[in-house]
Write a protein that binds this ligand. Structure first.
Ligand code: NAD
Length: 294
């Protein structure tokens, strides 16, 4: 069992820290937000007064922060040098591939071992300890991270070297964003043509249009009872987070010269839906924007 400094005890970080604590790891947490600290204390997480104190002598640092700027700020502060010599730094936030690579370099410069390990599975997966971790780093870092990641997730995949976890995450979510728009447009077209939702579902779910956005997360109520469409598009996976990931994919594509026209267009459509009031709704709610033509 490891002594872990856990920074970022928000929607995702707190249940992840709780699962580490339950698995018997020593967890000292810190969050900049007083309300997150209060919730963490109520959940039984020991707190430090600041990030370097949380990191003091810890064998493992786990960060679950909003964006790349926050990760760079933490990795560029006194946190890394406060850790035990040779400690393992795992960043589970979703950030740009370039930011992840920069974080690896800062960790290596401090004599640490680093892993980028963004997640899928959302707050439900974080609470249930069933997250998927997409990892980038060395074999050694990956092996050392197993006891911690296994306490928080079920599927733990080494995708390649530094930044490969973030690359896998944004590529997957670009497929998801595009495929959700495709499925939503098909249902809107079906409505105009007088074809019932169930009829389209029954055909497409067993034909070449089959995909996860249709069969597991159907954007109209009825065919898949557990999908957010049956619950007024309460997330789930909020549109604001889908937009964040599509923008990261778009930036990465521009940086490396990949042609991702549909990914770019999906980001534009989700931005429009978010601006029209959909930011806090599940991303499958984009069908309501498509229906209105907004
Ligand atoms: P959140 O905003 O609820 O939590 C982030 C926390 O980090 C906040 O409590 C904030 O106060 C804290 N923080 C910011 N800077 C800090 C610092 N320097 N030191 C300590 N704490 C600091 O966000 P979240 O929903 O928990 O998401 C966290 C990350 O996980 C994001 O990168 C997000 O894209 C990713 N993610 C979220 C989901 C989801 O469903 N919420 C799913 C997959 C991935």
């Amino acid at each position: 069992m490891a002594n872990i400094a856990f920074l970022g005890l928000g929607n995702m970080g707190l249940p992840m820290a709780v699962n580490l604590h339950r698995a018997g790891h020593g967890v000292i947490g810190f969050d900049l937000s007083p309300s997150s600290r209060a919730q963490a204390a109520a959940a039984g997480i020991s707190l430090a007064p600041d990030a370097p104190t949380a990191a003091d002598g810890a064998e493992c640092l786990i960060t679950m922060l909003p964006a790349g700027a926050h990760v760079r700020a933490v990795y560029g502060s006194g946190v890394l040098t406060a850790l035990a010599p040779g400690a393992l730094a795992i960043d589970c936030s979703t950030i740009a591939v370039a930011d992840a690579r920069a974080a690896h370099e800062l960790a290596h410069a401090a004599g640490l071992v680093a892993l980028d390990a963004p997640v899928s599975g959302g707050v439900g997966g974080a609470t249930a300890g069933s997250l998927t971790f997409m990892c980038g780093g060395t074999d050694i870092a990956f092996q050392r991270a197993q006891p911690m990641l296994a306490a928080m997730g079920k599927r733990i995949v080494l995708c390649g070297e530094a930044g490969a976890g973030q690359a896998a995450k944004i590529c997957n979510n670009m497929i998801l964003g595009i495929s959700m728009i495709a499925v939503a447009e098909a249902f809107v077209l079906a409505e105009k043509l007088g074809l019932s939702h169930q009829a389209l579902f029954d055909v497409a779910a067993n034909a070449s249009g089959q995909c996860w956005s249709l069969t597991s997360y159907c954007p109209v109520p009825g065919p898949v009872p557990a999908s957010p469409a049956n619950n007024e598009y309460k997330p789930g996976f909020a549109t604001a987070l889908m937009l964040k990931d599509l923008r990261l994919a778009d930036e990465a594509a521009e940086t490396c010269g990949a042609n991702t026209e549909l990914g770019h267009h999906a980001a534009t459509l989700f931005a429009r839906f978010a601006e029209a009031g959909g930011a806090g709704l599940d991303f499958s709610g984009i069908i309501t924007g498509i229906r209105k033509g907004s």
